[in-house]
Structure formats: C-alpha cells, structure tokens
Design a protein. Structure first.
Length: 93
C-alpha cells in the first residue's frame, strides 16, 4: 500500500495530473486538476478515479485518508508500491 500527497484543484478545466510541486512546508505533493466542482464530494470522486486510472487500479483501491475538504489530501492506494508511483507520475523531487 502506498501513500500519496495531492494538491487538488477543482473546476480546473479538465481532469489531468500536472506533476510534482512543494507545499508550504516544502513537502512534495502531486498537483492534480479535475473539472468537477467541490460539491457533494464530486471533486474527490473525480480525483480518486483519475489516480486509479493512472495507476491501472480499480477506483475502490484509492481512498482519501485525510484532507477530505482541504486542497491538500493524503491518499492511500492499495496494491501499489512507491516504485509504481514514481513510474506513473515521475520521481518525487
């Protein structure tokens, strides 16, 4: 199981992964945009589907473990190791 920090931008035009950045404390986060609005969990659902698709996992394998209502979220992905994250999203800076 792998953990992934994500900075989510809802209503970002289209669903896409923009690569790595640093948060305010300098920790690496994966920048992700989704077209869904942050209403009734729509943006979070779009995020989990997009990450699951990028990793070739079912949507149920990706879950938000913290930051449900925040821009910075912590995800847990079942059946994936850190090496698979680097392969899908590039090496963590």
């Amino acid at each position: 199981m792998a953990r992934l920090a994500v900075r989510l931008t809802p209503r970002g035009g289209r669903d896409r992964i923009d690569g790595w950045a640093a948060d305010a404390e300098g920790r690496p986060v994966l920048k992700v945009r989704v077209s869904a609005p942050p209403v009734d969990g729509q943006a979070n659902e779009a995020l989990t589907r997009l990450i699951a698709k990028a990793l070739g996992r079912p949507a149920g394998a990706v879950r938000i473990v913290s930051g449900e209502t925040a821009r910075i979220k912590q995800l847990e992905i079942e059946g994936v190791e850190a090496a698979a994250l680097a392969e899908a999203f590039g090496a963590v800076p």
